[in-house]
Design a protein around this ligand. Structure first.
Ligand code: FAD
Length: 382
């Protein structure tokens, strides 16, 4: 049995079913997808969570492991995204072609192409040297994590204590280049000033190793595709089942209890709900009480506005970032006191061209994201 029909739960269910297990999923909501979901209003359909994905080879590996064709179609995004600066009115398109990318810096940073190649070479080394021992490994304790880190080649030692920003600043001179290249750290829900430099491997995954991809018909196509495969594999999903308690036999989870008191038992149970909340509220582990969770440093979430526009918008790409002039101040205050920030530094407009609109003459569907602090920070969002 799997608790949680998010992408992780659905993928795990299909892998297990294909290995011959009888699988049931229990989900508290009335639909599958979790954070990868859709909102429908007045004929417009919005992707409510992810708007693109990276590391497409993970999906290919998943399909191959399950012995299926990938159950959705996707297209590559190039440029990856567009960055607009308020302070100088400049717009940069992040092309994967380094010559096209560098041409935009011809006046301000003429040796941009060489610098970018050197920066990406280092990012590539970090990626290939950490992906197997660290990123794709389980770490059951801090000690286990440190042991895995010790397998990372010695040559990366000087990079490890740096943050994303200092690593980028080592290669690039202008503020525009530094901000554009370090922007990807916001995708992690952090800022360049508190993200470890090892994450500059993301620049390599963006530009060289793979890129970003959009799903034809909208991101929810991933969920719909996997649901079709689950049905064929005989997996059943019980919706509106919220787990609130559990039963265990000598440290082995034997059953989950839902909010109506129904007991769901299984030989093996996989939980794919929010790990910290589930461990605290449902499994009642002392390390995860609400008080202790409140003290942890959380990544940030966005304030999102979904907007259906009744005309076609032109001159706007699929992912557009509008950056202000308060980079450091924003990064410092967004976690501690976002209400003191007069302006957002960063606003992300995502034009969803692939989703359904009310008429065939497709109107524009957009989402505006503005990163805000996490739930622990009191803030006035007016
Ligand atoms: C606004 C936003 C934008 C994002 N953009 C991107 C992007 O562009 N690209 C990208 O790759 N990723 C993006 N992400 C991240 C991505 O959406 C998530 O990493 C991914 O969807 C998580 O899947 P999951 O299965 O691990 O968890 P979830 O989707 O959270 O699934 C957990 C499931 O468990 C269920 N559940 C929880 N508690 C219980 C309970 N007690 N009983 C029963 N069921 C329970 C939930 O209802 C949910 O369905 C974005 C996320 C958000 C929120």
């Amino acid at each position: 049995m799997i608790a949680g029909a998010g992408l992780g739960g659905l993928a795990t269910a299909l892998r297990l079913a294909k290995k011959g297990h009888k699988v049931t999923i229990v989900e508290k909501n009335q639909t599958a997808g979790g954070r990868l979901n859709v909102i429908t209003k007045d004929g417009f359909t919005f992707d409510s969570g992810p708007s693109f994905f990276a590391m497409s080879y993970e999906f290919k590996e998943f399909a191959a492991d399950c012995g299926i064709e990938l159950p959705f179609e996707y297209t590559e995004l190039d440029p990856l995204y567009t960055v607009n600066f308020l302070r100088n009115g400049k717009t940069y398109k992040l092309y994967k072609d380094l010559k096209k990318l560098s041409a935009q810096f011809a006046d301000t940073e003429p040796d941009f192409e060489q610098k970018m190649k050197a920066y990406l070479k280092k990012g590539g080394e970090l990626f290939h040297d950490t992906i197997a021992p660290v990123v794709k490994s389980n770490h059951d304790s801090k000690f286990a994590y440190i042991k895995k880190l010790a397998q990372v080649p010695f040559r990366h030692l000087p990079t490890l204590p740096r943050n994303f920003w200092t690593q980028v600043a080592k290669y690039f001179k202008t503020q525009d280049a530094r901000e554009i290249i370090s922007l990807v750290s916001f995708f992690l829900g952090r800022t360049p000033f508190d993200t470890p430099a090892v994450y500059t491997l993301l620049s390599y995954t963006e530009f060289i190793h793979d890129g970003y991809f959009n799903v034809k018909g909208g991101m929810y196509g991933i969920v719909k595709g996997i649901l079709r495969e689950l049905e064929l594999a005989g997996v059943s999903i019980k919706y509106n089942v919220e787990i609130v308690d559990f039963e265990a036999d000598c440290n082995r989870l034997t059953a989950l209890i839902d909010k109506n008191g129904t007991r769901h038992s299984a030989d093996a149970i996989v939980v794919n709900a929010d790990a910290a909340v589930f461990r605290g509220k449902i499994l009642k582990r002392p390390k995860f009480t609400e008080k202790k969770l409140d003290k942890l440093k959380w990544t940030m979430g966005p304030l999102t506005i979904y907007l259906g526009v009744s005309s076609k918008l032109t001159n706007i790409d699929h992912h557009n970032y509008f950056l202000g002039s308060n980079y450091r101040e924003y990064a410092q205050k967004v976690f501690t006191d976002p209400s003191k920030l007069e302006k957002p530094y960063y606003c992300h407009v995502n034009l969803q061209m692939t989703l359904h609109c009310p008429t065939d003459e497709c109107r524009s569907v957009e989402t505006f994201h503005r990163p805000i602090g996490h739930g622990n920070v009191r803030r006035d969002l007016t």
